[in-house]
Design a protein around this ligand. Structure first.
Ligand code: FAD
Length: 393
């Protein structure tokens, strides 16, 4: 078997992997970033909405920003509309073109000095004395042993790297959002607003979205709870019904299916010689399903911590825990609040959701964030939401 040696091997070239690779390479490390697909960023499995917070992690580039939105309309099960609008936008601000964005991030990693190999799949972990010491990879039928001082699992929702290292990454069906999405064109839409649709008939234990991608195109999709998905009740069945009703004359130019982990973060995202980043570490807001900016933030922290660990020649779990405490400090609270809010809202009946939507009808919430929405809801429905208030405030 062929052999290779690097300081760091990063498995998966999504936003988490590319930013980790870029940051570690910027600190002078010899980094290999591998991606099993033949093209980074493809197939797109995402609705591509991000908050303006993304500007903190990467300078904006028109090449990968497809649309800018100024607000969000949220529709209750009976159609009642709630409007979020404003200068301060925490949740949705841009709709990306991820096939370009993900390639751009990987190119930045390459410019910083990382080596990149596509069509290269990690198939097992090299271990010694309880430490991760690299990965076995397969590229076009050829196996290579890649030795590394630190292994990074940035291999997304289906992550195997964590499992190989003995980390419990299992997801219960109720903690998975099963999604289907169409890229639709020739539809009538408000190109300045993202739209969200709630209700058990539209998307049980989830929601439907319409994220504009220009004048007459949008990502139209939905996610449902993995525990309610079944015969004739698959995400695609709900999406077909939604589209028939909302965009009967629209044209579908792409289809995709995917899953989002809604469990909240793993109890542990590090092991001896190993770090998990992004969806692999379940760093996704369980209420909204958004994970791109968390993956980027965690990737930057991971790259910095790995650089320190290499300098100190200490790759123990204890040393790498700096990563865990830093990312939890940066956004762990938001994920915890999101988990509590998800558990509360996903169990409400349509009648309760309508009551909540009616309480905000005609009110313009001048901050586009789930935090502002929750606060306004609690203010207007103190009795109904006392349990939630105790959890999130
Ligand atoms: C339907 C849907 C809609 C979404 N919408 C949004 C949204 O609007 N906004 C938002 O913020 N988030 C959204 N998300 C979540 C978002 O896509 C993820 O949180 C984000 O992509 C996480 O980045 P990542 O780098 O951790 O993982 P990924 O982007 O999934 O990248 C992981 C990479 O690892 C590769 N890989 C896996 N296994 C191996 C292996 N063994 N060897 C080599 N390579 C491997 C994969 O091919 C993949 O390229 C959505 C997700 C889905 C499914």
């Amino acid at each position: 078997m062929k052999e290779a040696r690097h300081d760091v091997v990063v498995v998966g070239a999504g936003p988490a992997g590319s930013i980790t690779a870029k940051t570690a390479a910027e600190h002078g490390l010899d980094v290999l970033l591998i991606e099993r697909n033949q093209e980074i960023g493809v197939p797109v499995k995402c609705a591509e909405g991000v908050s303006k917070e993304i500007e903190k992690f990467v300078p904006l580039d028109k090449k990968w920003i497809c649309a800018e939105v100024n607000g969000a309309n949220i529709y209750g099960p009976d159609g009642t509309k709630v409007v979020l609008y404003g200068e301060k936008m925490d949740e949705v601000g841009y709709v990306l073109e991820r096939r370009i964005f993900d390639k751009f991030l990987a190119s930045e990693a390459a410019r910083a000095g990382a080596e990149i190999r596509v069509k290269t799949e990690a198939c097992g972990l090299i271990e010694a004395n309880g430490y991760a010491k690299g990965v076995y990879v397969r590229r076009m039928g050829e196996d290579t042993r890649i030795h590394a001082r630190v292994v990074v699992g940035a291999d997304g929702v289906e992550s195997k790297v964590g499992r190989w290292a003995g980390i419990d990454t299992r997801l219960r069906p109720s903690n998975i959002s099963v999604c289907a999405e169409f890229l639709m064109c020739d539809i009538e839409l408000n190109k300045d607003y993202s739209e969200f649709f709630l209700g058990s008939e539209i998307a049980p234990k989830g929601y439907a979205w319409v994220f504009p991608k220009g004048e007459d195109c949008a990502n139209v999709g939905l996610g449902i709870g993995g525990d309610v998905s079944g015969e004739k009740h698959h995400a695609i069945d709900y999406l077909n019904a939604f589209v028939r009703n909302k965009f009967p004359d629209g044209k579908t130019v792409a289809e995709m299916y995917g899953a989002v982990p809604l469990s909240g973060p793993l109890n542990e995202s590090v092991a001896d010689g190993l770090i998990l980043v992004g969806d692999a570490a379940r760093q996704v807001n369980p209420l909204t399903g958004g994970g791109i900016t968390y993956a980027m933030q965690a990737g930057k922290i991971a790259g910095e911590v790995i650089a320190n660990a290499v300098q100190e020649e200490d790759f123990s779990k204890q040393r790498l825990m700096e990563y865990e405490s830093r990312w939890r400090g940066a956004f762990g609270k938001r994920l915890e609040t999101g988990l509590k809010a998800k558990e509360f809202f996903f169990n409400l009946s349509d009648t309760d959701l309508n009551t909540l939507a009616h309480s905000l009808e005609g009110v313009k919430i001048e901050e586009l964030s789930t935090g502002a929405l929750l606060l306004e809801l609690i203010k207007r429905n103190p009795k109904m939401l006392i349990g939630l208030a105790k959890m999130v405030l």
